[in-house]
Design a protein. Structure first.
Length: 745
């Protein structure tokens, strides 16, 4: 008789059960789990395994690592080992967490990312172990997603699709059910929204919310840049309709409530291609020998009323976005280019800061309030610059000569259309006098420790189809600096006026913290390669040393590199109600007041200033701090979009120059290659170490160089080299070079 076999119960021990249970509880610390739920997550269902889990839970409870919150249900015990921070993704799905609790970043392996994505705010557990010089950790909870919408290229299959995200910070594709592809065609660039990320899925689920077009096409790529950062392209129809119904007429009733400055000599100075003019200057010589100078700012707050859909839209945008080929405005055109634009020969409502100044350029009296003004003329910066250059010797002359005997050798194209010679002469004198004051104010700022950043701007000459046909550089001249100084004066004085009131009043400050010491040390290491020395012994020597550096590099091959690196050592300027001063400008008080057409914080500053001029009590600081945070964040996104549009246009420009050789400067060195910035057009691309076939090159971190193993040839930061275009990728916004060799002068 055959004996019946019976199956013995499994007594296999579950490996790493302590870590497994704690990991499950840590991933969702808000929920309590019983042994059955834990067994299900581990994937076991036999009695032995369940008993092991029950026993282990009791041991962890005895060690006070978990707590029994109700009968049979457990949570992990809160511990000081849990921290919060933001994720910075690296390659291949691993990343780092930047946290205020740690001086160094915390390394997170791909296995411990737990579905966190770049920029997410997360809770994490920091291990004591260190890997490759970095302390390791594990993400336990996603507190807040950085974004829910991504740009990528869709790949269609029979019953589903995947979106391959453009950003190299995204380590996973996004799964899209076929009924949520929004009629996208295979290979289209799309905007996809994350919907959920199932527990056992490798990829999140999403739906296509907008088809942007075919990759590589101009409008597709520009729209993709905006979509990548969640920036709007057009105004909703209801917002446009609301704006178009606003009464923009100038009425006697409203004029009666304001200081009437329509008879004061008033003019604007802006870029020649500007479409909105949100600031104007007025100039009067007073009987007591003082000069009255008004900085008049478009009174946007008169038209933009809190609680309206127009104000809500402006707040959400928070800033205008200046891409290479277009401006995405904060306000609809009826306001930005018409009612709030201080166009010549038109009456406008303005908010003004009016100063009485002596011959030394010192403010002896100030007045703030709402005004009505009339601009006599519009100047481009180039025209104002021509006046300054042609009349430099007239900066200090007697009043009689000033007003009667000026030899104004103004070029014909500067003459003011529709104005007589006397008005032209008066404005010419005003420009000269204000230029003299501006130079004195700037000199005083520099002596106080301000940093002089005059970084060259890259601009493109575009044809009618927005194709780049040329590159040119914009630098700041006397006319630009004159306007800048008077805008700084208004911003500083408005901020001081509110900031020094007792009791303290809530206000929107533009602050800038001192530079980070470790970044300054890194800057010294880099610029030392070029023979420059810095002195960081105290606050004043830092600013003086940085100014000397920025002055010394002007006109050198390494100027753009050094300018960029120096800017990166600086803290990021931001908006806040907590005033700590502005390091870069050397101001104890500073706000943004002078550009309300394009910046929402300026509108808030206008509203708060008027409240306090009317004697109202202080506004709620917590509410305005939230608005400041939003404004700072939107400014950051707009800046990134603007940089991406420049990078995109640089690559488009280089597409038509693939057969040419260029001289460039090595602007970065890594273990995967070197980055080269072309001197002639500031376009930056990369030479991969794999393409450097003449030797086996190794990265030398101490010397910021790649060094050939056999030849000992060194390619070092700042070296001049000759390159040729290898590949231009408009979709990834990536430019690759072939290295021809070193440039011998």
């Amino acid at each position: 008789m055959t004996r019946k076999k019976t199956r013995k119960p499994s007594h296999n021990k579950i490996s790493n059960l302590t870590d497994t249970i704690l990991s499950i509880l840590k991933k969702d610390r808000t929920q309590a789990f019983n042994y059955k739920q834990i067994a299900s997550k581990i994937g076991v269902n036999d009695a032995s395994s369940r008993n092991q889990i029950i026993k282990k839970l009791q041991q962890l409870k005895a060690k006070q690592e978990v707590e029994e919150v109700e009968r049979g249900k457990y949570k992990v015990v809160a511990s000081s080992e849990y921290h919060t921070g933001r994720v910075d993704m690296a390659s291949r799905g691993a990343g780092y967490i930047i946290s205020e609790d740690f001086e160094d970043d915390i390394y997170i392996s791909s296995n411990n990312m737990n579905k966190a994505l770049h920029g997410d705010e997360v809770e994490f557990y920091a291990y004591k172990r260190v890997k490759n010089g970095k302390r390791e950790g594990e993400i336990t909870q996603i507190i807040k997603r950085a974004k829910s919408e991504y740009v990528g290229v869709i790949q269609l299959h029979n019953n589903y699709a995947f979106v391959v995200v453009d950003s190299n910070k995204m380590y996973t594709d996004i799964f899209v059910p076929i009924n949520k592809t929004n009629k996208a065609k295979d290979g289209d660039k799309v905007l996809v929204s994350l919907e959920e990320w199932p527990e056992k899925s490798d990829s999140p689920n999403g739906k296509v919310i907008e088809v942007l077009g075919r990759p590589g096409e101009h409008n597709t790529e520009i729209h993709a840049i905006l979509a990548e950062y969640g920036l709007p392209l057009e105004f909703p129809k209801e917002v446009e309709d609301f704006a178009n119904k606003i009464d923009t007429s100038i009425t006697k009733e409203e004029i009666a409530k304001r200081r009437d400055m329509r008879k004061d000599l008033t003019f604007t100075i802006d870029p020649k291609d500007a479409k909105d003019f949100d600031d104007a200057l007025s100039f009067e010589i007073l009987d007591n020998g003082l000069y009255e100078i008004g900085i008049h700012i478009a009174d946007v707050s008169h038209y933009l009323q809190p609680g309206t859909i127009l104000d809500d839209e402006a707040y959400e945008r928070a800033t205008s976005v200046y891409l290479v080929d277009r401006v995405v405005p904060m306000l609809p055109e009826v306001l930005s280019n018409n009612a709030c634009s201080l166009r010549p020969n038109e009456e406008k409502y303005t908010f003004s800061a009016v100063f009485k100044m002596n011959d030394k350029g010192e403010v002896v009296d100030e007045w703030f309030g709402k005004t009505v003004t009339f601009s006599n003329a519009r100047f481009a910066y180039e025209e104002a610059q021509a006046i300054i250059e042609n009349n430099a010797e007239l900066n200090v002359i007697s009043k009689a000569v000033e007003m009667a005997d000026i030899d104004t050798s103004i070029p014909a194209d500067v003459a003011i259309s529709g104005k007589d010679y006397n008005t032209t002469k008066e404005i010419a004198f005003a420009v000269l006098k204000m230029d003299a004051f501006a130079k004195k104010m700037r000199s005083k700022r520099m002596r106080s420790g301000a940093i002089s950043f005059d970084k060259v701007e890259v601009k493109f000459e575009l044809d009618k189809d927005a194709n780049p046909i040329g590159v040119f550089f914009k630098s700041s001249k006397d006319a630009n600096k004159m306007i800048e100084e008077f805008m700084l004066l208004a911003n500083r004085k408005v901020s001081e006026f509110v900031g020094k009131q007792k009791p303290e009043k809530t206000f929107i400050y533009r602050v800038h913290d001192e530079p980070d010491e470790s970044k300054l040390a890194s800057l010294q290491n880099v610029v030392g390669r070029f023979g420059y020395k810095l002195d960081f012994k105290d606050k004043k020597s830092i600013s003086s040393s940085l100014n000397n550096l920025l002055s010394e590099v002007v006109g050198t091959k390494e100027q753009n590199l050094v300018d960029t690196l120096t800017i990166r050592t600086m803290s990021k300027a931001e908006y806040t109600t907590d005033n700590i001063g502005h390091y870069g400008l050397a101001f104890d008080y500073y706000s943004h007041f002078t550009s309300p057409i394009r910046r929402y914080p300026d509108i808030m500053a206008h509203r708060l200033l008027q409240m306090y001029l009317d004697g109202e009590k202080s506004a709620n600081a917590a509410i305005y701090e939230d608005k400041c945070n939003h404004s700072s964040n939107m400014e950051y996104l707009a800046t990134k979009a603007e940089r991406d549009s420049i990078k995109y246009m640089q690559i488009r420009f280089m597409e038509d120059h693939k057969d040419e050789e260029f001289v460039g400067v090595i602007s970065g060195v890594t273990d995967w290659g070197i980055y080269i910035e072309i001197i002639a057009n500031k376009c930056e691309g990369m030479v991969s170490i794999r393409d450097m076939k003449d030797d086996h090159y190794q990265f030398d971190q101490d010397h910021y160089a790649l060094i050939g193993k056999k030849s000992k040839t060194m390619y070092q930061l700042g070296d001049e080299v000759i390159v040729k275009v290898k590949n231009t990728d408009l979709v990834k916004r990536h430019l690759d070079f072939y290295l021809i060799g070193k440039h011998e002068e």
